[in-house]
Design a protein around this ligand. Structure first.
Ligand code: HEM
Length: 455
C-alpha cells in the first residue's frame, strides 16, 4: 500500500489559480514534474524563485557556501512577532554567536541527560492513551501533547501538567491555527503588499506566549542566582558563555531562543511521530517488529542503542513526511546554476518534500520501506538526498535530540498498544507550520499484553 501523497496540480495554471492553490496548500499547489526535476523556476510578474532539487546544488547552498545563501528575510515576516531575534531567524555574526552558546547544550554527551525526562514523557503519553483505547483517537493532538511534554521536561524540568506549561502549550496551539505556512513568504511578493495575509490574532497570540516565556526565564534566572536551578537545557543555555566574548544570553535573547525551542522542537517531532504511527498502523508487519524490539527496553539510557528498527521506521516517516517540507535561502550574489542565471536576491527553495521522493534518486520513492536504509540505494540517498533536519552548519540544533525522542516515543507507544487505522478515507498531507493531515490522523489503539508492556 502506497502511503498518502497529495495530488499534484496540472502543469500549466494561471498565476491567479496558482496563488489560490498555494493559499490552500503548498504541496498540492506544485506540479508532478517537480518529483523528477533537478531545478525549476517560478516566474511571476513580481519576483523569481528557484527550486533546487539536485543533490550537488543542495550541497552547494547548505554545506559548501552557506554564507553566500543566508536565510531569506521574508521568512521572518510572519514569525518575528513570536521569535524576535531567535537563532532560527538571524544571520551572520549574530547567528554565529547564538549557535556557539546553544550548541554545547545539544552535544552528544549532554543528550544522555535528556533520556530520563523523555522516558517519563513517553510513559505519561502511554498512560493518557490507555484511557482512550477502543475508540478512534486523533493521534496528532496526542503526539503534540507528548512532544510538548518532552520539551517542557528537558528544557525547564517541568511536566506539561504544570500550570504555566499548560498555558504556553494552549497559546502555541492558537498561534499555529492563526499562522499560515511557514515558508510561504518566499513564493509571494513582498508581504507589505498583502496586508491581510497574516491574521490579526497571530500577533496577539505571539505576545501572550512571549509574556509567559519571559516569566519562566525570569524565574529560572533567579534560581540560577540562588544556586537552586535544576541542571537542564535551560540552565545550561543560560549559563554557557560565548567562548569568544565570554558573554551569556541577555534575558530578552533567551526568551527568543526558548520560543524557538518550543516551536521548532515540538511541532516538528509531533508531526513526524503522528505519521510514523499512521505508517505502522497501515503496515502491521513493521509494527510487530517495532513492538518486538521495544520489549527489551529497560528505561536505562543504554536503551538508546537498542532502538534500531524504530529508528529506521522513524527515518522513513521523516523521509515521506518531512515536518519542514521546504526551506528558503536568498542568493546574496548572482549565480549560475544548471546553465541558468540566478539573479542576486532570488529566493532559493530547498524542498525536503520533493528531494525525499525524487523519482530519479530513490528506489520505490513513494513506498514505505524502512529496510531501504540498509540497501546501497538507501545509504547513498541518506547521504545525498535526505535532509529532514537541513544540512551543513545551519543544520537543526535538535536533530540528535529528535532522533532519540522520536524512536523512543514510537517504541513506548507501540509496545503498549496494537494500532490500526480508524477507517474512513486516508489522511491527506498538507503543509501548515509543519506537514500535517488535513483532517487529522484517526487511529484505534488496543492494549497489548499488560504484564509485558510496562517497565
Ligand atoms: C523531527 C523533529 C525535527 C525536525 C524534522 C526539524 C527540522 C528542522 C529544520 C529542517 C531546520 C532548518 C530550517 C531552515 O533552515 O529553514 C531546523 C532548524 C532548527 N531546529 Fe529543528 N527539527 C526538529 C526538532 C527540533 C528540536 C527537538 C529542537 C530543539 C529542541 C529543534 C530546534 C531547532 C532550531 C533552534 C533550529 C534553527 C537552527 C538555525 O537556524 O541555526 N528542532 N529544524
Amino acid at each position: 500500500m502506497i502511503p498518502p501523497k497529495p495530488p499534484s496540480r496540472p502543469d500549466r495554471v494561471s498565476l491567479w489559480r496558482y496563488a489560490k492553490l498555494f493559499r490552500q496548500d503548498i504541496l498540492s499547489a506544485q506540479p508532478a514534474r517537480l518529483y523528477r526535476a533537478w531545478m525549476a523556476e517560478f516566474r511571476t510578474p513580481f519576483f523569481r524563485s528557484y527550486l533546487l532539487n539536485q543533490p550537488h546544488l543542495v550541497k552547494t547552498v547548505l554545506k559548501d557556501r552557506p554564507r553566500d545563501f543566508p536565510k531569506s528575510d521574508r521568512i521572518g515576516a510572519g514569525l518575528r512577532p513570536l521569535l524576535g531575534e531567535s537563532v532560527f531567524l538571524t544571520n551572520g555574526a549574530t547567528w554565529e554567536r547564538q549557535r556557539r552558546i546553544i550548541d554545547p547544550a545539544f552535544e552528544g554527551g549532554r543528550l544522555g541527560d535528556t533520556w530520563a525526562p523523555m522516558w517519563a514523557a513517553g510513559q505519561e503519553a502511554v498512560a493518557r492513551l490507555r484511557m482512550r483505547t477502543g475508540t478512534p483517537v486523533e493521534i496528532e493532538a496526542e503526539t503534540s501533547h507528548a512532544a510538548a511534554d518532552v520539551i517542557f521536561r528537558t528544557l525547564f524540568s517541568i511536566p506539561i501538567e504544570d500550570e504555566m506549561a499548560q498555558a504556553v502549550f494552549h497559546e502555541f496551539r492558537a498561534y499555529q491555527r492563526s499562522q499560515p505556512i511557514l515558508n510561504l513568504a518566499a513564493f509571494l511578493p513582498k508581504l507589505s503588499l498583502l496586508p491581510r495575509f497574516f491574521r490579526r490574532d497571530t500577533k496577539a497570540s505571539a505576545a501572550r506566549i512571549r509574556a509567559l516565556i519571559t516569566e519562566m526565564t525570569a524565574r529560572r534566572q533567579a534560581e540560577i542566582a540562588a544556586g537552586t536551578a535544576p541542571d537542564d537545557l535551560a540552565t545550561k543555555i543560560m549559563t554557557t558563555p560565548d567562548p569568544e566574548t565570554g558573554e551569556t544570553f541577555s534575558a530578552s535573547e533567551m526568551v527568543d531562543q526558548v520560543a524557538i525551542f518550543f516551536l521548532a522542537g515540538h511541532e516538528t517531532s509531533a508531526s513526524a511521530l503522528a505519521w510514523a504511527l499512521y505508517l505502522l498502523a497501515t503496515h502491521p508487519d513493521w509494527q510487530m517488529r517495532v513492538a518486538d524490539e521495544a520489549r527489551a527496553l529497560t528505561g536505562a539510557a543504554s536503551d538508546m542503542g537498542r532502538l534500531k528498527v524504530s529508528r529506521d521506521v522513524f527515518r522513513e516517516a521523516l523521509r515521506l513526511y518531512p515536518p519542514v517540507p521546504m526551506m528558503v535561502r536568498e542568493a546574496s550574489c548572482p549565480e549560475r546554476f544548471r546553465d541558468r542565471d540566478v539573479p542576486k536576491g532570488a529566493q532559493l527553495v530547498l524542498s525536503p518534500w520533493h528531494l525525499h521522493r525524487h523519482e530519479r534518486l530513490w528506489n520505490n520513492p513513494d513506498g514505505f520501506d524502512p529496510a531501504r536504509w540498509g540497501t546501497e540505494n538507501g545509504k547513498t540517498c541518506a547521504r545525498e538526498a535526505f535532509i529532514p533536519f537541513s544540512a551543513g552548519r545551519r543544520v537543526c540544533t535538535g536533530a540528535g535530540f529528535a532522533m532519540v525522542e522520536g524512536p523512543l516515543l514510537l517504541s513506548l507507544i507501540v509496545r503498549a498498544f496494537e494500532i490500526t487505522p480508524a477507517g474512513g478515507p486516508p489522511p491527506v498531507p498538507v503543509a501548515h507550520l509543519t506537514v500535517r493531515s488535513r483532517d487529522g490522523i484517526h487511529l484505534v489503539l488496543k492494549s497489548r499484553d499488560q504484564g509485558k508492556s510496562e517497565v
